[in-house]
Design a protein around this ligand. Structure first.
Ligand SMILES: Cc1cc2nc3c(=O)[nH]c(=O)nc-3n(C[C@H](O)[C@H](O)[C@H](O)COP(=O)(O)OP(=O)(O)OC[C@H]3O[C@@H](n4cnc5c(N)ncnc54)[C@H](O)[C@@H]3O)c2cc1C
Length: 454
């Protein structure tokens, strides 16, 4: 028996499932998380009570609406929380349940598949990044949202992108100490991006509010910096960086969170056979769609939300509905064409804002390219940047070949953390464009699995 399967319980997944249900289909709905909401509207455990306004800030109203929609859809669909989709092969999604006492694996044959798997932090390794006390920005936010704790008492937040400032604001509001917020993007980039950022004035205003609020409380914000190393012997103790004049500085702290924007969780799309293309603006390979949610290269597969390219939660809701409407139309089920046109119009507007963010917070490729030889690049396999550079002498032309030579990206995370920086380093060492070294091919399981589950 085949089914329509949706993977992901964030804004895109919720809206996809809601739309399928409204048109009479009952999909199987897979999500790793215990409850719907995804990253932005991630819920705390039931025993944990924090006012919604404190948890979600300006987005509290949207969080309530999305979570209520998710709860209602979960009752009507064949909803499988705490379930990992770990492979797609032979026309089936391979899943493993992690619910205590109800573990087990299963292959779900599909005749329609919507992947709404969201995103994760984009990481650039630095000397010292494997010390205890170093987190990603997203990880630091999960600690706050899902566990009500901060990563340290004097936190240094480092990287670039909207999450950097949002997290600083959320941490400071929750009472956590912030030693500094260090942005690799120069402030001029933001001014240049202004015309595109004005496509979403309310979102832009929120971003400005965060920085003004932080400055008013005396929290040091530095822009255009170049991080050199995370300091510490047995755990993170601070950071050394250069400012834009080249002067070196040190800041003491007991925890560091870093992140340089987001990257789509696209491994399942890869395993499903979707085509990928290189995106110059974000310097990464993205799964390709036809603009209506259909994946290129894989029949009956649809992509929605940040998993298909970072566009934010509002766009994810629309894209989830769009993918579901396209799936329904492809099966001959009547859908509203005016609604499809309206979604396309609104997504185009949000896309313009996204281009503005890309320009305002550019990915600091040079930081990855200049990672010292001795620094750990792939922490799962303890591969240094120098070991990767050495593969060029063995004629590694592209990243999968380099992986075979030095094991970069071969460990537990399958390169989800290091692959972007590894590609930059290999391209620089070979003196070629980034696109020329390709991307690491997805391998199952997409995330570690207990052997017992298989
Ligand atoms: C760590 C992090 C924190 C963020 N915080 C904010 C924020 O505070 N404010 C903001 O505006 N934006 C934030 N963003 C961006 C925002 O989350 C997204 O724009 C938005 O949530 C996208 O919605 P989505 O439905 O596409 O994906 P998500 O909300 O990420 O949902 C994806 C869902 O797919 C599930 N999933 C993924 N892979 C699998 C798998 N293999 N098997 C089973 N389930 C799977 C996940 O459990 C998740 O529930 C954050 C992003 C990240 C990565």
């Amino acid at each position: 028996m085949t089914a329509v399967v949706v993977v992901g319980g964030g804004p895109a997944g919720v809206h996809a499932v809601q739309c399928l249900l409204a048109h009479g289909l009952r999909p199987v709905w897979i999500d790793e998380a215990p409850r719907t909401g995804g990253q932005i509207y991630r819920r705390p455990p039931p025993s944990f009570h924090r006012p919604l306004k404190a948890l979600y800030g300006f987005e509290a109203g949207k969080a309530v609406a999305l979570q209520a929609a998710g709860d209602a859809a979960a009752k009507a669909a064949d909803y499988r929380p705490e379930t990992l989709a770990w492979d797609i092969a032979g026309g089936a999604v391979h899943i493993a349940r992690s619910t205590p006492g109800r573990g087990g694996s299963e292959a779900l044959a599909y005749d329609g598949l919507i992947l709404a798997t969201g995103a994760m932090d984009r990481v650039i390794p630095l000397p010292g990044w494997t010390l205890p006390g170093v987190f990603t920005l997203g990880g630091a936010q999960v600690a706050l949202k899902a566990q009500g704790c901060a990563i340290g008492r004097r936190c240094i937040l480092l990287g670039t992108g909207p999450l950097l400032y949002l997290l600083a604001y959320q941490y400071a509001k929750a009472g956590a100490g912030i030693a500094a917020v260090l942005d690799t993007a120069p402030s001029e980039a933001r001014f240049r991006a202004l015309p595109k950022l004005l496509a979403q004035p309310a979102t832009l205003a929120k971003g400005l509010h965060y920085t003004v609020w932080l400055r008013a409380r005396g929290i040091p914000l530095r822009e255009g910096i170049h991080p050199i190393e995370i300091l510490g012997q047995t755990s993170a103790e601070g950071i050394r960086f250069r400012d834009r004049t080249g002067t070196e500085h040190q800041i003491q702290g007991d925890a560091v969170a870093l992140g340089f924007g987001l990257k789509p969780e696209s491994q399942l799309a890869d395993l499903a056979g979707c085509a990928f293309g290189f995106d110059e603006a974000s310097r990464q390979f993205l799964p390709l769609t036809d603009g209506e949610g259909r994946a290129r290269g894989a029949a009956a597969v649809y992509l929605a939300g940040d998993g298909a390219g970072i566009a934010g939660a509002d766009a994810a809701e629309l894209a989830g509905e769009q993918a579901a409407l396209t799936l329904l139309a492809d099966r001959g089920i009547p859908v509203s064409s005016s609604r499809r046109r309206e979604i396309a119009r609104r997504l185009a507007r949000l896309g313009r804002f996204r281009q503005g963010l890309e320009a305002a917070f550019p990915f600091p490729a040079e930081l990855a390219r200049s990672l010292p030889d001795a620094a750990i690049l792939c922490r799962c396999e303890a591969v240094t940047a120098g070991a990767l550079r050495a593969t060029v002498e063995k004629r590694a032309q592209e990243i999968n070949r380099a992986k075979a030579f030095c094991r970069v990206g071969m460990g537990r995370c399958q390169g989800r953390l290091c692959a972007g920086a590894a590609a930059e380093i290999l391209a620089a060492a070979r003196g070629v464009e980034l696109a020329a070294v390709g991307r690491l091919r997805g391998q199952p399981p997409v995330k570690p699995l207990p052997v017992a589950l298989l």
